[in-house]
Design a protein around this ligand. Structure first.
Ligand code: FUB
Length: 331
């Protein structure tokens, strides 16, 4: 069983990247800040209220197994003009010597939006743009840059992540609170949008990144063990696009493979079996010719909202499928 990478603070939702030969992990910074936020206006209907994060901390290391440095706050909610609360799972990207931190937070109306902050260093401090990305909503941004230099953002999360409140791209806080659409309808899909060359805005309206079964049919809302819930991540392996994600209520990290960054993505199976705690969130990154799964569980606190990030090696089978990882079994 992998052990927490750091124990001095609680961290979750690790998005790992290699910049200049060093591994950087952009994580949620979990805090124990009293009881869950109350279910009152303007936040009525929101869930995930125990996750009250207010800043981001970056972890870094020069190799897997090496010393893990915990860096000072990279971005604090007080320095984000539009954000009111709940800085959830972030991601980062680097381009032409600049670094971009992407993050969801609730605005003053209680709607999750996705912001971007910039820095000359992968460690920050990052300076937030005054407004969220136009046309952004929901949570869990993951920015993938293809071999041709074009970047795409994948995002969205059900339930407390509000994907079901944004079905037309317009925030509707009175949308049914139920996690899923009717069971026999196609599930809500993660969203994908091309990023503008300056990495600060979408270059197009977000569209569905369809996850389909082997027959090419969209996964259904009632297919809880396979349908998308939150925590999208994109990586490329041998020319194919691997979209991995959390199934939320059933606690798997699953994956689906496509021929284009837009999909459709055909469901393949699981990457990671359920971890300790309710949430599961990951990233997959290549470092020096080996592949690594960064993930989080609640080993240190035994509380679902106080998590710790971990890493374990990920292996492909010769046919390109991923060997399933059981977090409670060491190799
Ligand atoms: O950390 C808060 C939320 O929990 C994330 O945004 C989700 O992916 C889940 O891990």
């Amino acid at each position: 069983m992998s052990q927490p990478l750091v124990t001095s603070i609680y961290t979750a939702d690790p998005s790992a990247h290699v910049f200049g030969g060093r591994i950087y992990i952009y994580a949620s910074h979990d805090i124990d800040d009293g009881p869950p936020l109350s279910d009152v206006e303007p936040f009525k209907g929101s869930e995930g209220n125990a996750f009250k994060m207010r800043d981001y901390r970056v972890l870094s290391m020069d190799r897997i197994g090496g010393e893990v440095k915990v860096h000072p706050p990279a971005l604090d909610i007080k320095d984000v003009p539009w954000a009111a609360r709940q800085m959830w799972a972030p991601d980062a990207a680097g381009k032409d010597g600049a670094f971009y931190l992407y993050f969801p937070a609730k605005d003053r109306a209680g709607a999750f939006r996705i912001g971007v902050a910039t820095s000359k260093s992968p460690l920050g401090p990052f300076v937030a743009r005054p407004k969220p990305i136009k046309g952004s909503f929901s949570i869990d941004p993951a920015v993938f840059t293809d071999d041709d230099g074009q970047s795409y953002m994948y995002f969205g999360g059900l339930s407390g992540g509000q994907l079901q409140m944004n079905s037309n791209g317009v925030y509707n806080p009175t949308a049914p609170k139920s996690v899923d659409l009717p069971k026999d309808q196609p599930a809500l899909m993660p969203k994908v949008a091309k990023m503008r060359a300056d990495m600060l805005e979408f270059a197009e309206p977000p569209r569905d990144a369809a996850i389909v079964d082997q027959a090419g049919k969209p996964l259904l809302a009632g297919d809880g063990a396979r349908r998308y819930f939150e925590a999208a991540w994109m990586h490329k392996y041998k020319g194919k696009y691997y979209l991995s994600y959390s199934t939320g209520t059933t606690h798997f990290i699953a994956y689906a493979v496509g021929e284009s960054p837009y999909g459709p993505f055909t469901y393949q199976g699981n990457v990671l079996l359920p971890v300790q705690g309710w949430t599961t969130h990951h990233s997959i990154v290549e470092f020096e010719g080996r592949w690594w799964l960064f993930y989080a569980d609640s080993q240190l606190s035994n509380k679902t909202w106080l998590r710790n990030v971990k890493v374990t090696e990920l292996f492909y089978n010769p046919d390109g499928t991923i060997r399933v990882i059981d977090p409670f079994v060491s190799d």
